[in-house]
Design a binder for this molecule. Structure first.
Ligand code: NAI
Length: 335
């Protein structure tokens, strides 16, 4: 290996953590030339599980794995970190009010943001996986004033990959031939999976669907089948599998960071990042966009034309993000 990177995973003792660790240690995150130091951050109740995973990492004898530390101290975990995968969070439980949800996550992501601000490496890249992911990234960034805000991203790559999977099935086309699908807005049921610019084997996906189904049925399929299925796929997985999306979430997390570091080569992908005002999304709001990764930085794809339907759907999801931001402000979680 030519270089060494420190990768910090929060919630490393949980399910997604378990699915992530072995892929990172095998070199799938940063490539075969980069050795990794893993830092596993947990809360006290999760430490034993993370320690168990560390034993198994040792038993896997990964040549690229230089060290594994398990800790419940955020400052130590993020000291010198180059990549932070923020997986541990407090997801919404049954009957939980939004205020309680945001307050519980503020108590997690505010101190983690401060620890990143204090000690992370200059090239730190953060992706928040733990829900509500966009707003958790917004909170962490607010507590890291010395870290450029664009280093704080949230995961919508799973939604993006789910959209590719659905299109592949509907068009009988391999995923490798699909390009330029977009996820806009919040990683929630309001997200907008957009295929207006997508192509399969170089042909517009919408045209192919119209050929296959007829114009009206294609429009209905997109609106009534495709979009809700992608947006509610998490619930479908829980129903079928009896447990939430874990391996696919870990896989999308790997994809997100790998592309961020190494670049996108096959059209664009989707990621949630602080808006620069593009497409009328308020500046600073962590929202999903079509993005390319160039020279180690995410760039929002510019100049896409949005139809009335797309505009309405994006505005609705952005309105939800604004509400979350206002609630977080009102709770005093932005410091
Ligand atoms: P899990 O419950 O198995 O694991 C979460 C772990 O986080 C637990 O071990 C817990 O002890 C730990 N944790 C809680 N607070 C912590 C803190 N302050 N610091 C460090 N660790 C902490 O959950 P799972 O299945 O691994 O999912 C994790 C999160 O990912 C959930 O919030 C889930 O909603 C979210 N998720 C997001 C997706 C996305 O596409 N953005 C997709 C799938 C899941």
């Amino acid at each position: 290996a030519n270089s060494l990177a420190t990768v910090t995973i929060t919630g490393a003792g949980g399910q997604i953590g378990y699915a992530l660790l072995f892929r990172i240690a095998s070199g799938q995150l940063l490539g075969p030339d980069t050795a990794v130091r893993l830092r596993l951050l947990e809360i006290p109740q999760g430490l034993r599980s993370a320690e168990g995973a560390a034993l198994e990492l040792q038993d896997s004898a990964f040549p690229l794995l230089q060290s594994v530390d398990v800790t419940d101290d955020a400052a130590g975990a993020f000291d010198g970190a180059n990549v932070g995968l923020l997986v541990g969070s407090r997801p919404r439980g049954p009957g939980m009010e939004r205020g309680d949800l945001l307050a519980a996550n503020g108590a997690i992501f505010a101190p983690q943001g401060a620890a990143i601000n204090a000690g992370a490496a200059d090239d730190i890249r953060i992706v928040v996986v733990g829900n509500p992911a966009n707003t958790n990234a917004f909170i962490a960034s607010a507590h890291a004033p010395d870290v450029p805000r664009e280093r704080f991203t949230a995961l919508t790559r799973l939604d993006h990959n789910r959209a590719l999977g659905q299109l592949s099935e509907a068009l009988h086309a391999p995923v490798s031939q699909l390009r330029d699908v977009s996820i806009w807005g919040n990683h929630s049921a309001t997200q907008f999976p957009d295929i207006a610019h997508a192509t399969a084997g170089g042909r517009p996906v919408v045209e192919l669907l119209e050929e296959q189904l007829g114009a009206d049925a294609a429009r209905e399929w997109i609106r009534d089948v495709f979009i809700p299925r992608v947006a509610r796929r998490g619930a479908e997985i829980i129903e079928v599998r009896g447990s939430s999306s874990v391996a696919s979430a870990a896989s999308a997390t790997i994809d997100h960071v790998r592309d961020w570091v190494s670049g996108t080569t096959h059209g664009w992908t989707s990621a949630a990042l602080p808006s620069d005002g593009s497409y009328g999304v308020p500046d600073g709001l962590v929202s999903s966009f079509p993005v390319q990764s160039i020279d180690g930085q995410w760039r929002i794809v510019q100049g896409l034309e949005l139809g009335a339907f797309a505009r309405e759907r994006i505005d609705a999801s952005v309105a939800e993000l604004i509400e979350e931001r206002e609630a977080v402000k009102a709770l005093g979680l932005l410091g």
